[in-house]
Design a protein around this ligand. Structure first.
Ligand code: HEM
Length: 278
């Protein structure tokens, strides 16, 4: 007998609906173009989508930090696996964020210029969540706070991220190989950390939960890689859209952003690769 195919049931009054659960009317009411230009809606929606994913990344990375801080708990082993699993989700989100620029690149430079003045002096540079992500990862720069003076709650949130342990801090505090490598000289701390990572890659079975740690290292390396890819794609898109013009945020534009390409969250993970031998 063939299986009966059922259509969805009709929602009853007062039952939770898709739109209510996801707050769809509020969500699709959040776009307020400043001009009548067709492409401004895309420009707004792309930015809002990035902000939603930034929110999700902050949520996931907070959970990764909690896992790594939990290393002395009885289920520490599971926590390292869980950290690796959640980091994989973060790298998949980052991949989408890198890809998304292509949608905005369907906008002709002339079409952007037609409404660009309407958003002046707002700029992605003022994205509080992007800066929060950098701070959470460990790329802390107190000088960035002043750009958020206008909104005290957001500035306070960034100050909190500056004070709290970063992903970098908790990763190195928990890394099992680090405590085995002694070096009193503070100037040699970078080398000691790179050495600890090298030790893990060289012999993952010699350390507690070594393979799970290796997985965490691989995901963090990938995250670092994808952050640079995001920065590079953003710059390429800018050059394609506004050339070498100044940014609406007042910087020199693409040339200013190129300085950020050197930023790495975990330079030790990269250094270890140079140190490794077969
Ligand atoms: C046509 C599209 C875009 C142009 C022309 C553009 C241009 C710029 C420029 C020139 C800057 C440097 C600061 C300034 O002077 O304004 C900047 C920074 C930034 N933009 Fe964009 N942008 C675009 C799209 C986006 C999108 C879709 C996002 C997604 C959230 C974004 C996020 C950012 C962030 C986070 C920064 C700060 C980066 C940092 O400090 O390292 N931008 N953008």
């Amino acid at each position: 007998m063939s299986e009966q195919v059922l259509p969805p049931t009709q929602p009853k009054p007062a039952q939770l609906t898709y739109g209510e659960y996801l707050r769809v009317p509020a969500l699709i009411g959040l776009q307020t173009p400043q001009s009548p230009h067709h492409d401004e809606l895309l420009f707004i929606i792309i930015h809002q989508t990035y902000e939603l994913w930034f929110k999700q990344l902050l949520h996931e990375l907070d959970a990764v930090i909690a896992c790594l801080q939990n290393r002395n708990a009885p289920n520490a082993n599971e926590d390292v696996y869980e950290a690796a699993r959640l980091l994989r989700r973060c790298t998949e989100i980052m991949r989408v964020l890198v890809e998304q620029f292509t949608i905005l690149e369907t906008m002709l430079p002339t079409h952007f210029l037609a409404f660009r003045e309407h958003l002046h002096p707002a700029s992605g540079f003022q994205s509080e969540q992007f800066r929060e992500l950098e701070f959470l990862c460990g790329l802390k720069d107190e000088k960035m706070l002043r750009y958020h003076d206008a909104v005290p709650e957001l500035r306070a949130q960034l100050e909190r991220r500056l004070r709290e342990p970063s992903l970098r801090d908790v990763f190195f505090a928990a890394l099992p190989t680090l405590s085995e490598i002694m070096n009193e000289d503070e100037a040699m701390e970078f080398q000691r950390r790179a050495e600890a990572i090298r030790a893990l890659y060289r012999d993952e079975r010699a350390f507690a939960h070594g393979r799970a740690w290796l997985d965490v290292c691989e995901r963090l390396t990938e995250f670092d890689e994808l952050l640079v890819s995001w920065r590079l794609r953003h710059i390429q898109m800018i050059e394609r859209t506004i050339g070498v013009r100044m940014g609406t945020g007042g910087s020199s534009g693409a040339s200013y952003l190129k300085l950020t390409l050197e930023k790495k969250v975990f330079p030790e993970l990269w250094e270890a690769r140079t140190m490794l031998s077969a």
